[in-house]
Design a protein. Sequence first.
Length: 105
Amino acid sequence: MYYLTSAPYMEEGFVMQRLRVRMIAINLEDPACGSGCSSLCAYLALQWGGPRAQFKFLIEQGKEIGRGSFIHVGVTLNQSGDGVETISLTGQAAMVMEGTLLLPE
C-alpha cells in the first residue's frame, strides 16, 4: 500500500487527515481497500496520537484506474494512547459488478 498525506488540521476536536492511497498487488489494483485503509489509519493514529486522541481520515483511492472511491475512517485511541479503542469505516466506491447469491435450502 502506498499513501501520501496532506497537512493535518483540527476540526471539532478531531485531528482531520486527507490521504491519497494506492493498493497494488500482483499486477492488480484495489480501488477501495477498506481493510487496508483501516489498518493504515490505525497505525497512523497510534504514531501521531496521544491519550483518547480522535482522528478522522478522508481517503481517496482508485482515481488512477478510473474507479474513484472515497473512504472515511474514524479512529479513537484508548486512555493511555497506546491502543485503538474504536475504529469505524464508511465510504463510497465505484460499482464493479452486481449479482445474486443463491444459498442451499
